[in-house]
Design a protein around this ligand. Sequence first.
Ligand SMILES: *Cc1c(COP(=O)(O)O)cnc(C)c1O
Length: 355
Amino acid sequence: MTAMTLHARGLIHRWRNRLPVTDATPEISLGEGNTPLVELRGPVEARELGIRVFAKYDGTNPTGSFKDRGMTMAVSKALEAGATAIACASTGNTSASAAAYASRAGVECIIILPAGYVAAGKIAQTILMGAKIIQIDGNFDDALRLVRLLCDESPVALVNSVNPYRIEGQKTIAFEVCDELGGAPEYHAMPVGNAGNITAHWKGYTELFADHTISSRPKMIGFQAAGSAPIVLGYPVEKPETIATAIRIGNPASWQQALAARDQSFGVIQAVTDDEILEAYKFLAKEGLFCEPASAASFAGAWRMIKEGTIEPGSRIVCTLTGHGLKDPTTAGKLASLPDAIPATLEAISRAAGV
Ligand SMILES: *Cc1c(COP(=O)(O)O)cnc(C)c1O
């Protein structure tokens, strides 16, 4: 990187004092973080109980998912340490993010993907941003195991969420939420895949609590897809299946940290079915928030808990929407059908529009 290279200013710049960076750390940024916190109009069950539901729309990050929060830190620190290449296993969004930040940093990027299970938008993004993609006949858990071995035996920096700098960057979501709400919400819901993000959310809240910036911490309510719910079941799932490919993970790397976040916050980790995920996905779209299926697991679970009466009336719930809806055009396309073309006349379109 030359002195002339300009990067956008993102979360390292904003949260510098709360992150493990020094003047020697290059700031590889695409302007990530500072994502919208949007209060939902519904659902009606929440309104009736005076429960306020917010979406933290992290799909608006530069590559379309929250992974950018962790990647700006992981790649900046890898560069500081002299790495010339980074690598990761991915269900898609980590790879898109790694490819983007590697390109900004001018280092090589190697990606191991489970063949056939990554949403189309994510693959196209990753390839066009110049990463070297290796597809394997195996699932995400196989890919992560292999890339860890590869990085152990080479000078390539591993940028999966087992990299502690990923968690450091991702914890800033809690900082933003508390900044905007003027304190912590009572609940924070998120999807749980490899469980780095629930770990990061909890770390962020806990740091603010420790220095008295906030006076309470939210209950962490995490949701796995029912066909891919090892933490809920208490044992690894050998063949995880779900429409929510970003959380199709049978043996989460941060399993113990997820349990700690759940227990220390008096929260829960539950399963939501693919049907519940899709219902939430469609509901959120009608609120103007287009997220990918995995992201909708957060709201699906929160919504069910509201209906069950297990959410305290009058409280605030933030649901992290982890990725953008355009990431998975295939799922979106199956739920959205286009009407046939009609004649290009005012009469025909008036009739069709019903006005
Ligand atoms: C990575 C990802 C998740 C899961 O996050 P973990 O940290 O692996 O639990 C959820 N949703 C989306 C869109 C993701 O990209």
